[in-house]
Ligand binder design. Structure first.
Ligand code: COA
Ligand code: AMP
Length: 656
């Protein structure tokens, strides 16, 4: 392959089979693919249909077989515990193989699902890779989600096993996971066979609270009586991780078809029910091996810190799979950018582990800047090992871009993508060439992504004009082939708006140099501290309050978190509740039902919501008024006076 971006990009679109079959050689196959993309079921496309491999083997065993077993695969650094622990490739493979043996002994086989609800501990990586080793399918649920969200994912994924821990360590104290897991199992009507619990010190609840016996297992059929446990019980056996691991036989990697699912990752859609994004095995391994090499410039011997969470796609791809697929070292950081203990946390990590490439969300950098605006803490550390800092998860604002680059003295690389794509759609491919950086742009489309800007009718717009960012089908390998259990929902959510295209849900424009500028969502998804949330899901929770007749939730701009959710509620006739009390009750409701991650802190009472004559709430107009943007009131508005009355309220909440 010639090594300049434009040639590679053109080749990827003009000769995709050749391009991706060559890229596929970076992966070890039990049956190498002879075909790249299978489009016979278009608009559904499958990559490497005749290939067979095991992803965990590619992430671990093959490096050991190549003589790199002593190289460090994983560094667990917990600012919460003040410990760091290294795993060589051999150590990590052995733990993964034994935990795969535990899963197998609990009935997990190829194609079965395993839900993983774990904080940022090595067991999260081990559980993911162990599931992959068996050819089973993991679904990781972020620890900041409450029981109900966990339940909806269990309900949809229908796992054989749930893997969890006593809890997570947050700055405000330990977060007990087991009551949430138990409650989620009660809510869901799916029966999980086994819950495996990694015990951590300092937590009130343990697997043994659920009636553990001498063999380390118990059934909670009768209910455990543990605080927070449901009365019905779920019928699951509860196992202690360490006890189970001590006697487990290691399991060998199970080859699967490239098109078989590796994982399901639920993400917010515009409705309350999350979408199960499916990732296949073959396309994923090829795309991640390609992107970590050619975009991130990371290879064997490099140390990469991705300061995200394994519960998000950035964590799946760039904490777990990509660094291991190429034999690099990945740092798993349990802590925050600030307050654990201070705003020098990232710089300490770079120094301690000689990190070469770092990846985080802009919100984390804004948090650091807020506490240490002159980056004085940097002086305490040697960060000379760092070559590049990548940012994604939300728009990298120009101020944060300049501040970070000036403080660290390394290029700051924005990259734009989504859970659905699994790897960057747009980036500056630093492993290929150093394209000039334009502040505010994630640079250019990456190979396989045929990016177009379309107007509402699906016609391409001229350069410089904002429109819907769409990707011409087929999408490249590693992107979602479908949604879990529903090709129809996949097609109707993403492929129906414009024939032959995937719609990203983001709007933006191209400049004369082909650089992409991503401006924001076209739907009701918001991004709070790099966490993707659905305003529709929050509305569903607010509507449950007995005093609420109707409500609207919109995203307001937030200087630290990018956006925050703000609720506007209309009271039922005769409801007698003080607005401040109602606000507190609504905040608690969202926290209990969606989770602390929603960070919902603002709900105001209004007399009415602006609507069209057909009853559609004018959320976009509300957003524009709050943001003091120009707006056009739809001609179909039902009652202008309702909108007029809301203007000062919207601006007041935006300024709060
Ligand atoms: N388990 C349980 N609770 C969690 C959690 C987890 N895994 N993650 C977050 N929470 C809780 C927090 O403790 C907080 O609770 P509180 O309301 O009681 O304080 C709440 O959820 C909101 O958390 P967060 O959005 O993280 O806000 P914060 O004020 O604690 O921290 C930042 C702000 C910017 C430092 C933090 O959001 C951050 O590091 N963001 C980066 C996000 C990221 O990596 N995104 C992935 C895309 S790349
Ligand atoms: P998620 O699926 O949680 O990764 O969220 C994906 C969404 O986050 C995208 O559709 C964008 O709206 C936003 N996003 C992610 N990265 C960027 C970026 N670099 N610039 C602008 N928006 C981004």
């Amino acid at each position: 392959m010639s090594q300049d971006y434009r040639t590679l990009y053109r080749q990827s679109l003009e000769a995709p089979d050749e391009f991706w079959l060559e890229a596929a050689q970076a992966v070890t196959w039990t049956q190498p693919p002879t075909t790249a993309v299978d489009s016979t079921a278009a608009p559904l496309h499958r990559w490497f249909p005749d290939g067979e491999l095991n992803t965990a083997y590619n992430a671990l065993d093959r490096h050991i077989e190549a003589g790199r077993g002593d190289a460090t695969a994983l560094i667990y650094d917990s600012a919460m515990l003040g410990v760091a622990r290294k795993y060589s490739y051999t150590e990590l493979r052995d733990e993964v193989a034994r935990f795969a043996g535990v899963l197998r002994s609990q009935g997990v086989a190829k194609g079965d699902r395993v839900v993983i609800y774990l904080p940022m501990v090595p067991e999260a990586v081990i559980a993911m890779l162990a599931t992959a080793r068996l050819g089973a399918v993991h679904s990781v649920v972020f620890g900041g989600f409450a029981a109900k969200e966990l339940a909806s994912r269990i309900q949809d994924a229908r796992p054989t096993v749930v893997v969890t821990a006593s809890g997570g360590l947050e700055p405000r104290g330990p977060i007990e996971y087991l009551p949430s897991v138990h409650q989620a199992l009660d809510i869901s009507d799916h029966r999980v066979a086994t819950v495996i619990v990694k015990s951590r010190e300092g937590f009130l609840h343990h697997a043994s609270d659920y009636g553990s016996t001498s063999d380390g297992s118990t059934s909670d059929k009768q209910g455990s009586g543990a605080e927070g446990a449901g009365t019905e019980g779920s019928g699951a056996v509860w196992l202690d991780w360490d006890t189970a691991l001590a006697t487990a036989d290691p399991a060998d990697p199970v080859p699967v078809l490239a098109t078989d699912p590796l994982y399901i990752l639920y993400t917010s859609g515009t409705t309350g029910s999350p979408k199960g994004v499916v990732r296949d095995n073959g396309g994923h391994a090829v795309a991640l091996a390609w992107s970590i090499t050619n975009i991130f410039g990371v290879g064997p011997g490099d140390v990469m810190l991705t300061a995200s969470d394994v519960g998000w796609v950035v964590g799946h791809s760039f904490i777990v799979y990509a660094p291991l697929l190429v034999g690099a070292t990945t740092v798993l950081y349990e802590g925050k950018p600030v307050g654990t203990p201070d705003a020098g946390a990232f710089w300490r990590l770079i120094d301690d582990h000689r990190i070469n490439v770092m990846f985080t969300a802009p919100t984390a950098l804004r948090a650091v800047r807020k506490v240490d605006p002159e980056a004085k803490l940097l002086k305490n550390y040697d960060t000379s090992s760092l070559r590049l800092l990548f940012c994604a998860g939300e728009r990298l604002d120009v101020d944060t871009y300049h501040w970070t680059g000036a403080a660290l003295g390394v290029p700051v690389i924005d990259n734009w993508w989504q859970t659905e794509t699994g790897w960057p759609i747009c980036a500056n491919p630093r492993g290929i060439e150093e394209l000039p950086i334009k502040a505010g742009s994630p640079t250019v489309p990456q190979p396989g992504y045929d990016l177009r800007i379309l107007d509402g009718e699906g016609h391409e717009v001229p350069t410089g004009t904002e429109g819907n960012i769409a990707l011409k089908l087929p999408l490249p390998p590693g992107t979602l082939p479908t949604l879990w259990g529903s090709d129809e929902r996949f097609i109707s959510s993403y492929l129906s708006a414009f024939d032959g295209y995937y719609v990203t849900g983001d709007s933006g424009y191209l400049d004369d140099d082909g650089y992409v500028f991503v401006m924001g969502r076209t739907d009701d998804i918001i991004n709070v501290a790099g966490h993707r949330l659905s305003t529709g899901a929050i509305e569903q929770v607010l509507a449950q309050h007995p005093a609420v007749a109707e409500c609207a939730v919109i995203g307001l701009s937030d200087p630290l978190k990018g956006q925050r959710a703000s609720g506007y509620v209309v009271l039922k006739a005769g409801a007698d509740i003080d607005p401040a009390t109602l606000e507190q009750e609504l905040i608690a409701l969202v926290r209990n039902q969606i989770g602390p991650v929603a960070d919902f802190k603002q709900a105001v009472v209004v007399d009415g919501l602006p609507k069209t004559r057909s009853g559609k709430i004018l959320r976009k107009t509300m957003r524009q008024i709050a943001a003091r943007e120009d707006y056009v009131v739809p001609s179909t508005i039902e009652d202008h006076s309702v909108l007029d009355a809301m203007k000062p309220i919207l601006r007041g909440t935006a300024d709060r």
